[in-house]
Design a protein around this ligand. Structure first.
Ligand code: SAH
Ligand code: SF4
Ligand code: F3S
Length: 463
């Protein structure tokens, strides 16, 4: 297959506006869609009002996803109409997980939409744009193509990262785990991993453009099983060792991990590689074995505790982040108390918690014993209070400690610059802009609501 985007050039400059909702993988995908459209003359514009093409990249993970899409589309239709009155065309495209799950409904309820495309089809975008222009009707691409989009997206000079010090890099997509509550296996398709050489090449391009910290992305990033240059299958640990060899790549993160795939080789990589940041997002969802089984998570609460212990044995400064769902069908007060106990036992530096939301087509949606909304509310409040306390305690524990901070940009006040701690907290210091791009030693002096203040003590940090 040839990709017209890489060969077509046009002198017509067109405005592209991308609206991105959902997870970091959508953020990455939006950047790649911009890449694939650039050779057609599309350049990013800040407001949809000036755009010849608007892409709405959607998320389906929790409730009201579809309503939110239609309400936004109503706004975009007004823009399209106003521009049409001025003699200008606007292509409206809906991408992402709602497009995948509800493609037909979007076309029938919003006939002014020109393109509907699932997450595995973005490499075909130039062809879709051409088809939409030719046919004058809507184009829908929601099959899961046999080819992998990553093999067909153009090699860009990583423009999403131009001038950036941190970047996302998707290495794995899709999911075969079928948790009872989750739409992802249906919207993103089967699990697949990019080959090692393609990942390394993209990482190198990012580093050459100035990136120092890369976050590897995947719905189950630690289930990564890419084809290695030796013809063997490489796991995430193997990939991490290889990435750590790239000069200038000082920080590596990965998300989202599944406890089931947290094997010893990956845990040992945290022991061996200072580049692997001591901060891991490892969703557990519940602390009750009964509910973990109902969720089809494939591990027990104690197995999760054991993984955390191993990680902290090899990396004592390891901090944890997680996702929780309260009110999964069948969850009793006692089950919920076990979640609270797990939180107390582990101690999280950060966490996201959600009320269970019935997703169409998922097994839990039709399960008996749905938990009433007010019970979910009460549980969520209790859990969030505990998690907030832990987040504050963790930040507080850093006061007086000297930590490494990658300085990424200007601060909020004049004379201030801001960076990132190893645990993803924003850190503010007094300093000048020439320091941006350096990793420095900072002694933490104060905790703010969601960030830290500190004083720089040394201009460079030994890895
Ligand atoms: N692959 C990751 C999670 C991806 S979805 C994992 O397995 O952990 C991100 C988070 O959204 C999940 O961890 C879960 O906490 C939440 N989530 C997913 N489906 C949900 C639903 N139906 N209701 C409420 N929260 C949900
Ligand atoms: Fe969804 Fe479970 Fe897959 Fe995570 S592992 S994406 S929660 S099905
Ligand atoms: Fe949302 Fe799809 Fe990501 S449902 S969380 S955008 S994989």
């Amino acid at each position: 297959m040839t990709l017209s985007a890489t060969t077509t050039s046009t002198s017509t400059r067109r405005g592209l506006h991308v609206i991105t909702w959902g997870c970091q993988m959508n953020v990455y995908d939006s950047a790649r869609m911009s890449d694939v459209l650039r050779p057609l003359g599309y350049e990013p514009v800040d407001a949809p009002d000036h755009a010849d093409m608007i892409i709405l990249n959607t998320c389906h993970i929790r409730e009201k996803a579809v309503e939110k899409v239609f309400s936004e589309l109503g706004r975009l239709r007004n823009i399209k109409n106003t521009r049409e009155a001025e003699g200008k065309q606007t292509v409206i495209a809906v991408a992402g997980c709602v497009a995948q799950a509800e493609g037909q409904e979007i076309l029938s309820r919003a006939p002014y939409v020109d393109i509907v495309m699932g997450p595995q089809t973005y490499h075909r975008l130039p062809e879709m744009v051409a088809r939409a222009a030719r046919a004058g009707g809507a184009v829908i691409e929601t099959d899961f193509p046999a080819e992998q989009k990553f093999d067909f997206l153009p090699d860009s000079a990583a423009p999403q990262t131009a001038g950036n010090l941190t970047a996302f890099l998707t290495i794995q997509e899709g999911c075969d785990k079928f948790c009872s509550f989750c739409v992802v296996p249906y919207t993103r398709g089967a699990e697949s991993s990019r080959p090692v050489t393609s990942v390394i090449a993209e990482a190198r391009r990012m580093v050459e453009s100035g990136v120092q910290e890369i976050s590897l992305l995947g719905q189950n990033v630690n289930a990564y099983h890419g084809e290695g240059p030796d013809g063997k299958t490489w796991g995430l640990a193997d990939l991490a060792y290889e990435l750590a060899k790239i000069p200038g790549l000082t920080r590596i993160r990965y998300a989202t991990s599944h406890p089931r795939d947290m094997d010893d080789s990956l845990i040992n990589a945290h022991r061996d590689l200072p580049e692997l940041m001591p901060f891991l997002h490892l969703p557990v969802q519940s602390g009750s074995d009964r509910i973990l089984t109902a969720m089809n998570r494939g591990h027990t609460a104690d197995e999760y505790r054991e993984i955390i212990k191993k990680l902290r044995d090899v990396r004592p400064d390891m901090a944890l982040s997680s996702d929780f769902i309260v009110g999964h069908p069948g969850e009793t007060d006692e089950d919920f108390e076990q979640t609270m106990q797990l939180v107390r036992d582990v101690g999280f530096a950060l966490a996201y918690s959600f009320k269970y939301s019935q997703r169409p087509g998922t097994p839990a949606a039709g399960a008996p014993l749905q938990v009433p909304e007010h019970v979910k509310d009460t549980r969520l409040q209790a859990l969030q209070a505990l998690l907030r306390q832990q987040q504050d305690d963790f930040a507080e524990s850093l006061i007086g400690q000297t930590i490494s901070v990658l300085l990424t940009g200007k601060g909020r006040k004049p004379g201030q610059i801001t960076g990132r701690s190893p645990w993803l907290q924003p850190v503010h210091i007094t300093g000048t802009e020439e320091l941006i791009g350096q990793t420095v030693s900072v002694t933490i002096t104060e905790r703010l609501t969601n960030s830290l203040n500190g004083i720089m003590v040394k201009e460079t940090v030994d890895a």
